[in-house]
Every structure is written in structure tokens, then in C-alpha cells.
Design a protein around this ligand. Structure first.
Ligand code: ACO
Length: 428
């Protein structure tokens, strides 16, 4: 017998089907609730609501498990290859050799920005936030690549995805160069994805930036660990925008905007600013912990806590180990890493954090690696966005390919005034 949930209210009773995921997790299907009862459900911030079915990313927040298309993220750490993972997320399987070579060739072929887009950078104030530039410029790609405003074939999707993933790093690097008053460095087709990004960021007209294997691996790893995280704030934003059949560029640009917030991707900036403040003596680690616990103080321990993980964020574990490797490979010591470790130790031994199951999240250690690579703090969230793009594209594609998907249109509980009359200006 198929299991059902029974909802009783007043003298009415309705049966609600149970939906089961391939992981055995179950949900009560309330899609007919309004039609059958005249009532909506109330779930602020959607904390209890599965708003789509998805086969891309699996998270077990209690056990600290994260898998892309079934593969545990730990298995991508040995020979990190962001492009391979991007393909896996978007198309469901690891690329075979031919697909891998073809996708890399497409990324190389699309690494330049149209000169009209490049020229726009001159009209943006030099100190503009790079996330604003990234969001605006991703959207503006639609002005140039109009053939991708509608994507209705796998070939079209590969073309649009290659443009977005390839050009995002060029846009990011150009935004940085503009902010520094440095000349733009064009991409070098002989370089791999991450090395090319760093070349555009750090090469000078008279001096080529040379990237080590360790740094390339670290950046690949960082992008991979940010590549998807199922229905988080920015990804659901991409889906909400995409549900209106808005194009992929506009949908991903909206994702960038959502990611910008300090409760989401922007937290990696806050973490390093917090660690720097402690380093400069502005506050002690102990005081930081006290402030985070103080309910009259809006301060939160940045890089700690997660809506889904009630255990260690597996990405934080991998990044913590990667910090040591990267710094060792550069023969460098970063005092901020010591402070981060100290804060972690204090928090993990404090009943406030233990009882609430607050652990370091992906943002806690990512900034240390980015700093070691030489990426300035205001570019951290941009790097997160470059990493997250394949996930947004994969989720947009999954929704687009699903014939049952509808425009997202939540309901509300109205709490405003009852009907009242308009008052003319001279009587107010
Ligand atoms: N510092 C101090 N207290 C915290 C923190 C924190 N970082 N995170 C959560 N809490 C407390 C809350 O105050 C709340 O306490 P209460 O039960 O006494 O009211 C309890 O823990 C539960 O927290 P919620 O706010 O309900 O958790 P929610 O799931 O809504 O928020 C979030 C998750 C936004 C990540 C939150 O933990 C936070 O603000 N963390 C700091 C910012 C951050 O690191 N964001 C990056 C997240 S990862 C990412 O987006 C890529």
C-alpha cells in the first residue's frame, strides 16, 4: 500500500502523498493543498520545503556528506580538475576524453570578451564592488551573444555554458585590473583554466606571472568545492529567475547578486576581515566568541554555522588541510591561519556552539587559501561565484529540461491593512 500523510483540520481530513528521494529521504507532497483545502502552507525562509526534485548534488547535513552526481567530494581532491567537475555537474557524467578535450577547446575559444564589453570597464568607477561588475557584465553578455537567449538543445547549452564559465574569469580579472589601474592582460590560450585566470590577474605587460602546480591545484580545488550546493540561496535564485524562462545569462547574474550577501558567499570576506581585526589587536579571539554568543550584539562568528550542516561542513575539512599544503608549498606562514584555528578550537569547546551544532563552513578557511594565492579580499566572493557557475548552469538546465516545471510563485500570509479609502494630498 502506498504510504500517505493525513492532514486533519476541523472536521475535514485529506490525504497527502509521500514523495521519496533516491536517498530514502521523504517529503509530504502538498502541491494539491490549496486546491483541496483552500489553505496555503506557511514556511518562512523555506526551511522545510523541497521546492524541486534534483539529481545533481546530495547533502547529508547530519553526517557531513556532500556528493556531486553521486561522487563524494573528497574524491575530487587528489587531482583537482574544475573543468571536469563542471561537465559532470551540468551533464550528469564525468566527461570522456573526447568530451573533455572538446569542452576545454570551447573554453579557450571563448575566453576573450567582446571589445564592446571590455570597453564598458572604462566607464565604471575604479573602486566599484567587483560583484556588481560581475553580475552586470554576465547579464550584458546577453547583448552580444543573442543566439543564446534561447537555449533549446544540448549543443546550445554547451555553447552558452562554455561562454559563461570561460568569460566569468576574464570579467573577474578585468574588474580587478581596473580597480588597480593596471592594463588589461588578455587571456593566454596555452594556459589551463585556473592558470589563465591568475595570468590575467597578475601578469604585467613586461613580466609573465608564473603559476606553480600547487597553486593551480589549490585554485582548482577551491572552485570544485564551491561548484554546487543544491538549493542554497543563490541557486534557488537562479531557479526562481529561470522559472520565468529568463535566459541563462540573466539567471546566473541574479545568482551572483544573491551570493553577494554576507550571510551567503560574502561571508568569506567577513571571515578574513574578522581574522585581520584580531591579528591587529582590535579584538581578542575570546571576545569574538563572547560577542557572537551575545544576543544583544548583532555580530555572528563569520564562517560558522550552516542551514543544512549540523556537523562539520566537509568542504571546510578539505580546505583546512589544503591551507597547510598551500602555505607549506610557498614556504610561508600566515598568522591568520593560527587565529582561525584558535577560534575554531574555542568555538568547538563552547557549549553555545556545541548545542547549536555550529561548525566551520566552507567560508572559514577559503580566504586563507585565496590570500596565499595573492587574491585580494574584495575578490573572494567573485572567486566563489566563478566556482559556483557550473552548479547554477546545471540547476538551470535541470529545471529547463523538466517538462513539469512551472513558474515559481509562492503565496503569502497578508498582514496589512483592510480595505480603506485613498486620501487626497491636501487632506493628509
Ligand atoms: N555565530 C553565532 N551564532 C550563530 C551563528 C554564528 N555564526 N550561526 C548561527 N547562530 C545561532 C543563531 O543565533 C541561532 O541561535 P538561537 O537558537 O539562540 O536563536 C542558532 O545558532 C541557529 O541559527 P539560525 O540563524 O537559525 O541558522 P540559519 O540556518 O538561519 O542561518 C547561517 C545559517 C546564515 C549560515 C548562520 O549560521 C550565519 O549567519 N552564519 C554566519 C555567516 C556565514 O558564515 N555564512 C556562510 C554560510 S555558508 C554559505 O552560504 C556558502
Amino acid at each position: 500500500m502506498t504510504e500517505k500523510a493525513v492532514l486533519t483540520f476541523g472536521d475535514q481530513q485529506i490525504e497527502l502523498p509521500i514523495v521519496e528521494g533516491s536517498d530514502g529521504n521523504r517529503a509530504i507532497d502538498i502541491s494539491q493543498l490549496l486546491a483541496k483545502t483552500g489553505m496555503t502552507s506557511y514556511d518562512p525562509a523555506l526551511g522545510n520545503t523541497a521546492f524541486c526534485k534534483s539529481a545533481i548534488t546530495y547533502i547529508d547535513g547530519d553526517k557531513g556528506i556532500l556528493r556531486y552526481r553521486g561522487i563524494p567530494i573528497e574524491q575530487f581532491t587528489q587531482h583537482p580538475n574544475f573543468i571536469e567537475v563542471a561537465w559532470l555537474l551540468i551533464f550528469g557524467e564525468l566527461p570522456n576524453e573526447e568530451e573533455h578535450i572538446d569542452f576545454r577547446a570551447r573554453l579557450t575559444a571563448n575566453e576573450l570578451l567582446h571589445e564592446d564589453i571590455k570597453d564598458q570597464f572604462q566607464f565604471i568607477p575604479a573602486d566599484s564592488p567587483p560583484m556588481a561588475i560581475l553580475s552586470a557584465t554576465l547579464n550584458n553578455l546577453a547583448c552580444i551573444h543573442k543566439e543564446f537567449l534561447e537555449v533549446n538543445s544540448p549543443e546550445g547549452l554547451v555553447g552558452a555554458a562554455a561562454r559563461l564559465i570561460s568569460k566569468a574569469r576574464t570579467i573577474a580579472a578585468f574588474a580587478y585590473r581596473r580597480s588597480m589601474g593596471l592594463p588589461f592582460i588578455y587571456p593566454d590560450p596555452s594556459l589551463r583554466y585556473c592558470a589563465n585566470f591568475l595570468h590575467m590577474m597578475f601578469s604585467l605587460p613586461y613580466k609573465q606571472y608564473v603559476v606553480t602546480d600547487e597553486i593551480q591545484d589549490a585554485l582548482n580545488l577551491l572552485f570544485i568545492l564551491h561548484a554546487d550546493h543544491e538549493q542554497n540561496c543563490s541557486t534557488s535564485t537562479v531557479r526562481v529567475v529561470g522559472s520565468s524562462h529568463a535566459n541563462l545569462f540573466a539567471s546566473c547574474a541574479a545568482g551572483v547578486s544573491a551570493l553577494w550577501g554576507p550571510l551567503h558567499g560574502g561571508a568569506n570576506v567577513d571571515v578574513v576581515e574578522m581574522l585581520e581585526r584580531i591579528y591587529k589587536g582590535g579584538i581578542s579571539p575570546e571576545q569574538c566568541i563572547r560577542d557572537a554568543k551575545d544576543k544583544t550584539n548583532p555580530f555572528r562568528l563569520s564562517g560558522f554555522g550552516h542551514r543544512v550542516y549540523r556537523n562539520f561542513d566537509p568542504r571546510a575539512k578539505i580546505l583546512k588541510a589544503a591551507c597547510d599544503r598551500v602555505l607549506a608549498s610557498m614556504n610561508r606562514h600566515d598568522p591568520l591561519l593560527d587565529i582561525a584555528r584558535k577560534l575554531e578550537e574555542l568555538a568547538l569547546n563552547d557549549p553555545y556552539f556545541v548545542e547549536r551544532k555550529l561548525y566551520p563552513n566552507v567560508d572559514f578557511y577559503s580566504g586563507i587559501i585565496l590570500r596565499a594565492i595573492g587574491i585580494p579580499t574584495n575578490m573572494f566572493t567573485v572567486c566563489f561565484a566563478i566556482g559556483r557557475l557550473p552548479g547554477w548552469i546545471a540547476q538551470w538546465k535541470e529545471q529547463h529540461d523538466d517538462p513539469s516545471s512551472r513558474i515559481v510563485r509562492p503565496r503569502q500570509i497578508y498582514t496589512g491593512e483592510g480595505e480603506r479609502n485613498y486620501v487626497p494630498m491636501d487632506q493628509r
